[in-house]
Design a protein around this ligand. Structure first.
Ligand SMILES: Nc1ncnc2c1ncn2[C@@H]1O[C@H](COP(=O)(O)OP(=O)(O)OP(=O)(O)O)[C@@H](O)[C@H]1O
Length: 343
């Protein structure tokens, strides 16, 4: 059974369509990241799942129970969902232990104390039980928030930009810790982020949103290597489009020469474009084939060259030992890789 199933979900604010016929399935114990450009409807989707707004159309099913469809609506407090938002929303006048105990009103005193202790241990904050939120670091506050969200054993956890206030230096350690906590508790989670690096580190699957729909759902490697559309390709990493003709599923002709993909591209047919990421570009001194070096900078182990090619600008790293002589002609080559072709 899916943990969460969204079917044909639509939502509009004052006539402005934000989510349109959105479908999404989250499996049990799976962490899915809603990823996409600002304003594409990520938070609105999360709020609809939480029951904080009422979709105009569609169905929301959590663990086999319909929470919302055209004829019914379950209030947020009856959805058994844990929520965590970017400001953590801890109660400043309550201690860490009291914050975690907050949602446990249905537990008796002994069970409540046992569950709070269990959660404190889980997030490694037992010795901070009597502190107040302002006496904790950002990462510790966030661990309290996750402990509170998990304390009453929710069916589903919703996290909106949970790592955005965390210092970059500790962020990835914390992401690993919290991922492990969620996995240990065998809860499914939907997580909203702007950052693909966070999504790659935290989620099992990514759901890239575009114009109120899920453009593609899959694991990070699949989305990165086989994006279903230009929006997904571009969102997951910068690149440039090179006009190309598919001679077969593997052979492509471009103005930079003939090129063989390392993997068959099933949709390749006729004239189109291939999407080239910096890692697929090889620059070397030789004959200039319509590439212009705009800038170069040294960043330690490599040089970064900003180049203009096919009327687009891209930054390409080159290891120091292969540094270019930028006063001489430069050749643009496409390295062997699994091609992304768009017709
Ligand atoms: N209460 C509201 N009233 C009217 N429009 C709203 C409201 N909340 C959000 N919107 C609009 O709905 C669209 C989607 O908003 P949403 O917050 O879901 O986007 P998002 O993908 O989470 O964006 P971000 O990444 O910037 O947080 C945006 O165009 C936003 O301006």
């Amino acid at each position: 059974m899916s943990s969460l199933s969204l079917k044909n979900l639509s939502y509009q604010y004052d006539g402005q369509k934000v989510i349109e016929n959105l479908d999404l399935e989250v499996a049990e114990n799976e962490i899915v990241c809603l990823l996409g450009a600002s304003g594409c409807g990520k938070t609105t989707t999360l709020k609809a799942v939480a029951g904080l707004l009422t979709p105009q159309h569609g169905q929301i099913v959590i663990h086999g129970k319909t929470m919302s469809d055209d004829s019914q609506f379950t209030e947020p407090q009856h959805r058994n969902i844990g929520m965590m938002f970017q400001d953590y929303a801890l109660f400043p006048h309550l201690t860490v232990a009291q914050n975690i105990a907050f949602g446990l009103s249905k537990f008796n005193k002994t069970d409540k104390q046992a569950r709070v202790n269990e959660m404190l241990e889980l997030v490694h904050l037992s010795e901070f039980a009597e502190r107040y939120p302002h006496e904790l670091s950002g990462g510790q506050q966030q661990r309290v928030a996750i402990a509170r969200a998990l304390a009453y054993k929710p069916n589903l956890l919703l996290l909106d930009e949970p790592f955005s206030n965390i210092d970059a230096q500790v962020r990835f350690q914390l992401i690993n810790d919290i991922r492990q906590i969620i996995k240990d508790q065998k809860v499914s989670a939907i997580f909203v982020s702007h950052s693909k690096e966070e999504a790659f580190a935290f989620a099992d699957k990514l759901a890239v949103m575009h114009k109120g729909k899920i453009a593609q759902l899959g694991d990070a490697k699949t989305l990165f290597e086989q994006p279903a559309c230009k929006e997904v390709a571009e969102f997951l990493g910068q690149g440039i489009y090179i006009p190309a003709k598919a001679e077969s599923k593997r052979e492509f002709t471009t103005s930079f020469g003939r090129f063989t993909s390392t993997k068959a591209c099933e949709i390749a047919q006729g004239a189109g474009q291939i999407y080239i990421r910096p890692a697929h570009i090889q620059l070397e001194n030789g004959v200039n084939n319509d590439v212009e070096i705009l800038q170069s900078r040294f960043i330690g182990t490599e040089f970064i060259y900003q180049i203009k090619v096919a009327e687009q600008i891209i930054e390409v790293p080159v290891e120091s030992e292969h540094a270019l002589n930028i006063n001489e002609p430069v050749t643009f080559k496409i390295k062997p890789h699994a091609v992304n072709f768009f017709s």
